[in-house]
Design a protein around this ligand. Structure first.
Ligand code: PLP
Length: 392
């Protein structure tokens, strides 16, 4: 395990590097955008995959009992939440899971609540399901984002001129930990928001894909809060934790039997059987890679310190992430338009995710992915510094 090791990813058809030209219009950029890591996955995962590949037959597969047991044990050990193996449903990713859940629980024309700025596919998941986005913006308070609970209550109130029963809000999408602002929601916050949503009759679909990248605080699965268990589901995966996004495997925990049946029915008509290599990788990850995760978190914390130190000498404010390996940077004091900011960074040779992609309230921000070898991060920060110097 060597997180400093630079591995050439160009030429592997990876979105992060090989997709630069298509997305940003040039190739000679250092990429800090899409949320995958420039680290190789743990050796145990690679060995398990090699063994499975050597078998040579890749027919339809299903999750082994061992994998379900490992998930169950992990959820108990990490969060003290007792789940049943039957509650676990496999999907080819968390985004597909969000779409399946939205389709299973809402009808076209319904409204779905999200809290922005948020991982941009939340918007398309809702819109592509024929539903309408109801946006409750998070509030930036003393450098830390919090939920606007009054705003959230307001989302459920009838709109002027519409009689209450005409409004159909059946679901709320929660991002926990929250991408891009890096919050690891506290129990009190989850309880308060959850009560508002659930008391109003909504079901909560909680995207917890970043739940194992915790830099500070403690992750609490939304459905582990007893009063919410039957009114919510959580979507998890090994893909962020162990860098397995390309293996298209995630799992959803759905305690409510009726909702689970509906979810599985919708899933089976929309997406393929689980990816055999994804199942193999996840099993190996949960079986034997916690030592690697610990080392990863320590490396990421050091990368974050580097970022904080660097920007403390500039006008750019770092919104310190408590979870995720994504850093939300506030460039607003520079007074640039989104286009000027984007162009300055691209001219400087770095590709970040522009804040406005995460909702209107993300304007003036950029998201920096710090899951890369330190030398690459140093070079990227240097390039950002030079790009800013050029402007002023
Ligand atoms: C909050 C969140 N959800 C989902 C995903 C993607 O999930 P998947 O690749 O499993 O569809 C990401 C990836 O960045 C993410 O940040």
């Amino acid at each position: 395990m060597d997180f400093d090791k630079i591995i050439e990813r160009r030429g592997t058809d990876c979105e992060k590097w090989d997709g630069l030209k298509d997305l940003f219009g040039k190739e000679d950029l250092l990429p800090f955008w899409v949320a995958d890591m420039d680290f190789e996955s743990p050796e145990e995962i690679r060995e398990a995959l090699k063994k499975r590949v050597d078998h040579g037959i890749f027919g339809y597969s299903y999750p082994s009992d061992r994998l379900l047991e490992l998930i169950k044990e992990r959820i108990m050990k990490k969060y003290g939440w007792r789940i049943e193996k039957e509650w676990i449903v496999l999907t080819p990713g968390v985004v597909p899971a969000l779409s399946i859940a939205t389709r299973a629980l809402s009808h076209p024309g319904d409204e779905v609540i999200l809290q922005s700025p948020v991982y941009y596919p939340f918007f398309s998941v809702i819109e592509n399901s024929g539903c309408h986005v109801v946006e409750n913006e998070l509030t930036l308070k003393n450098g830390r984002y919090v939920m606007d609970l009054e705003g959230l209550k307001g989302c459920f109130r009838p709109k002027k001129g519409i009689v209450p029963k005409e409004r159909r809000i059946k679901t709320m999408l929660l991002c926990s930990p929250h991408n891009p602002v890096g919050r690891v929601w506290e129990r009190r916050e989850l309880e308060e928001a959850g009560r508002i949503a659930i008391d109003s009759g909504a079901f909560v679909i909680s995207d917890e894909i970043h739940c194992e990248i915790i830099l500070k605080g403690r992750h609490i699965p939304f459905s582990s809060i007893p009063e919410f268990e039957q009114r919510s589901m959580v979507c998890m995966s090994g893909s962020k934790t162990f860098n397995l996004a390309g293996l298209s495997t995630a799992f959803v925990i759905i305690p409510n039997e009726e909702v689970r049946k509906s979810f599985v029915g919708t899933r089976d008509s929309l997406v393929p059987e689980p990816n055999v290599l994804g199942l193999t990788a996840l099993e190996a990850a949960f079986e034997s890679c916690d030592y690697w995760l610990e080392a990863l978190l320590s490396y990421l914390r050091d990368n974050l310190e580097l970022v904080k130190r660097f920007f403390s000498r500039t006008e750019v404010k770092v919104i310190e992430p408590e979870g995720t390996y994504l850093v939300w940077l506030d460039f607003r004091s520079l007074g640039l338009s989104d286009a000027e900011l984007r162009n300055a960074l691209l001219d400087g040779g770095v590709a970040l995710d522009d804040g406005y992609l995460f909702g209107k309230c993300g304007s003036g921000f950029e998201r920096l992915n710090i899951a890369c070898p330190r030398a690459m991060l140093e070079e990227g920060l240097e390039r950002i510094g030079k790009a800013l110097e050029k402007l002023f």
